[in-house]
Ligand binder design. Structure first.
Ligand code: GAP
Length: 443
């Protein structure tokens, strides 16, 4: 996907085909919130499932967690979010708009879009002030500082505060990791670029606990492994890069951080950060909670506070990258077709089943195949309109295979399978379709 116009087309396709809708749209929307429609919810779930499958289910050294979104306020005091999780906010007294100071060079003045905020003679920008990005709410009926809590701005702290619970209950031994997928909330000053920067989004995070002396090695392993994960799911190397942070970018406790970045239509943007956080987080929580979060190694009889490698990915932001990568327009026999070339693991619908016409028993045979495949795959049945149009609709949804039942099916028990990207068709026996899909989809 090359340019900003293409981005507009993608946003429009997402709305039209039920991937992503603006949040609260019938009330004119709520900025920075998005709703995932029938196809979008499958795509997002497939991204999360692929991540969970590859990082938790198929590994012996990682376990899962699902911690509460509301946490004790002290968690955010210990993590540093209450005092430091801020962006520099600038107001314009003329147009009443708000800007992130560091994003002014790429923002437009609402009164004079050819200029940046502050450059038009009517602009009256205030000094920057620190704006905390955490959403506040209250537990119980009283609204005062004693009952104030935050919607979590990251899932990571839920992992740190459960470190001891997991060690005591699962007998995991360092090196091991805890993984979590869940919603996070940030009151972004300027939510933008579709779902890229939202106020409510989903993260996929791992805290990998290891011995201090092995931490550099684990950092490199995670950094390279996470980069490869995106490549394996179809993000091309030209559009993907790993960027090591310079010393000046690192938090004071961080030993190293690398970002996996994707080339979106507007430029490079972060998909995931892999951070070597040393023992900062566990030590902070030890200090604030007064609880011992060190680890005792039975074999070496050593007690130590583990170091942590944190691969922290955005699930919803990855969805956007996979959508951008998949989107293509091409001319086929004089007609343009829009196709989403998703990796088969991510495709929302794996196969569509069509009767060629609505007679001669074709709908019944199609429905029988559909019902059978439904037990293993997310499949779709469609009998409306010309078959060519049905193919195009599935191309736009990113469905890898379309299976058509026609007149020949009744005589030789075969069906036509049409592949999305090559548009090639082949005939296979109807009783081989399920195995064919298992093989082709890698399911
Ligand atoms: N625990 C570390 C942490 O949260 P982060 O770089 O602030 O690090 C991790 O966030 C990932 O979460 C980002 O790489 C991005 O993919 C996603 N993310 C962060 N803010 C987001 C937002 N406002 N909207 C969508 N995704 C966001």
């Amino acid at each position: 996907m090359a340019d900003a116009t293409a981005m507009e087309k993608l946003v429009s396709l997402c709305k039209r085909r039920g991937f992503i809708f603006p949040g609260s749209e019938i009330y004119d929307g709520l900025k920075g919130t998005w709703d995932y429609g029938p196809l979008g919810v499958e795509l997002l779930r497939n991204v999360k499932n692929a991540w969970w499958q590859d990082n938790v289910t198929t590994r012996e050294d990682i376990v899962g967690l699902d911690s509460a979104i509301l946490m004790h306020r002290k968690v955010w005091q210990a993590s540093g979010h209450e005092s430091n999780f801020t962006d520099p906010l600038v107001d314009c007294k003329t147009c009443k708009e708000r800007f992130r100071q560091d994003q002014i060079p790429e923002s437009q003045c609402p009164k004079k879009p050819s200029k940046h905020p502050g450059e038009f003679h009517e602009c009256q920008l205030t000094e920057a002030r620190k704006f905390n990005l955490m959403f506040k709410t209250f537990v119980g009926p009283l609204e005062d500082s004693a009952t104030q809590v935050y919607l979590r701005p990251e899932t990571a702290q839920g992992i740190f505060v459960n470190f001891k619970n997991v060690v005591d209950s699962s007998r995991m031994k360092v090196p091991f990791g805890i993984a979590q997928i869940g919603k996070s909330f940030r009151n972004e000053i300027t939510p933008k670029q579709f779902i890229f920067r939202s106020r409510e989004f989903e993260q996929m995070e791992i805290e990998f606990f290891c011995k201090p002396e092995t931490s550099q090695e684990w950092y490199k392993t995670w950094r390279d492994g996470r980069f490869k994960w995106y490549q394996d799911l179809g993000l091309k190397s030209d559009n993907l890069r790993l960027r090591e942070h310079g010393k000046e970018e690192l938090a004071f406790y961080s030993i190293g951080t690398s970002d996996v970045e994707y080339k979106f239509p507007w430029g490079w943007g972060e998909l995931e950060g892999i951070a070597h956080r040393g023992d900062y987080d566990l030590k902070q929580h030890m200090q604030f909670s007064g609880k011992d979060l060190s680890f005792f190694d039975d074999e070496t009889k050593e007690r130590f506070v583990p170091h942590v490698i944190e691969p922290s990915a955005g699930a919803t932001r990855s969805v956007l990258a996979f959508l951008c990568e998949a989107y293509a327009e091409e001319m086929v026999e004089g007609e343009s077709r829009t196709v989403l070339r998703f990796h088969p693991r991510l495709a929302p619908v794996k196969a569509a089943i069509f009767p060629l016409v609505k007679k001669e028993g074709m709908p019944e045979r199609s429905m029988a195949l559909y019902k059978d495949l439904q037990k293993n795959f997310n499949v779709f049945y469609d009998e409306k309109g010309a078959v060519g149009r049905r193919y195009r609709r599935q191309d736009e949804a990113g469905t890898p295979f379309c299976i058509t039942i026609d007149g020949q099916t009744a005589t030789d028990q075969t069906v036509t399978v049409r592949e999305r990207d090559s548009m090639k068709q082949e005939r296979i026996a109807v009783d081989k379709v399920k195995n064919y899909l298992f093989e082709k989809l890698g399911a």
